[in-house]
Design a protein around this ligand. Structure first.
Ligand code: SF4
Length: 116
């Protein structure tokens, strides 16, 4: 993930050194840029424990990130998605594994939000 972040975040953002996704093993890029609800939920849970979540989200909002989980939020076409549904007919009973962790946006970043 460090390589992904390094490639996708431009500039000299010193906070990247503390990025939680950069300290975990494995190929997290697939998780952070997945269409699967369970992967998205996993990425958001990783972000929830990241010490630089606000800095990451601020950068993603400023760049109008087109896709992926950044700063604990799911981006699509430069906007933050508050919900994402599984393809096909919705189940009669909501699946717990489809639930996203709700990660609050810092107050100072709320004016930057573009939601869909
Ligand atoms: S908030 Fe999430 S995507 Fe951003 S640096 Fe932290 S773990 Fe990585």
């Amino acid at each position: 993930m460090t390589a992904i972040l390094s490639n996708q975040i431009t500039g000299q953002e010193a906070w990247r050194a503390d990025a939680r996704c950069g300290t975990l093993d494995g190929n997290l890029a697939a998780t952070f840029f997945s269409e699967e609800l369970q992967d998205i939920a996993t990425a958001k849970r990783i972000c929830a424990e990241c010490p630089v979540i606000a800095e990451c989200l601020e950068g993603a909002l400023e760049r109008h990130e087109p896709f992926g989980v950044w700063g604990g939020q799911l981006f699509a076409n430069g906007k933050v998605l508050t919900i994402k549904r599984r393809r096909g007919r919705p189940p009669k009973v909501a699946r717990p594994e489809d639930e996203f962790p709700v990660i609050p946006v810092p107050e100072r970043l709320v004016p930057l939000l573009r939601t869909a």
